[in-house]
Design a protein around this ligand. Sequence first.
Ligand SMILES: [Ca+2]
Ligand SMILES: [Ca+2]
Length: 218
Amino acid sequence: MLANCILYYNTAPNEPNFFGSTMTYSCSTPMPSGMGNITNAPLFKNTNGWTNLRLESNSPCINAGNNACMYASTDLAGNPRIAGGTVDLGTYEFQGAGLGGLQGWLWGYGLRVDGTADSVDSDGDGLSNLAEWRCGTVPTNAGSVLKLLAPQTEGKNVLVQWLSVSGINYFLERSTNLSGAPAFRPLATKYGGAGMTGFTDTNAPMGGQIFYRIGVEK
Ligand SMILES: [Ca+2]
Ligand SMILES: [Ca+2]
């Protein structure tokens, strides 16, 4: 049983990369049977002479392995076998140097950096990893998510609250008619702080329904 392996670029008249092997969390083509396998090219640093089989920063093999199938604490170069939270496929663990922006953020949470994780909701909290990146929330913790808490009425006022992150500017909008044009009007912009943010709507219309929504400023 192979796991966390790369079997690619071999040549043979038939089935060059593998024959009848069972593998999991590995990179090969055609698609092997087993869990977690991928067929995308592994994106080695150098396939011209095979002088450098380290992974490019956008390799699909980064953070694509299974930590339970790890046999040593270091890779072939002596670096930590797990960097960024999840083991990579192949002999060299990508160490993260030079990764920035969304890629670096995904890598730090052990998520795939090749784009395949962007639209995935890894923690099942309703927001994609890309959305969580924009919101500054944790993509591997369902308790860290941008959403409104149940509004509370205090006499004529309505207290609207949400879990918020330091350094993120939120806007809050209100609607009393979802088919209006525009449906929502701003209540607050560039608003928010660490932990929990509350806004007291002192001008909430009486009677009928009120809708609130929050978002992150661009
Ligand atoms: Ca999520
Ligand atoms: Ca989350």
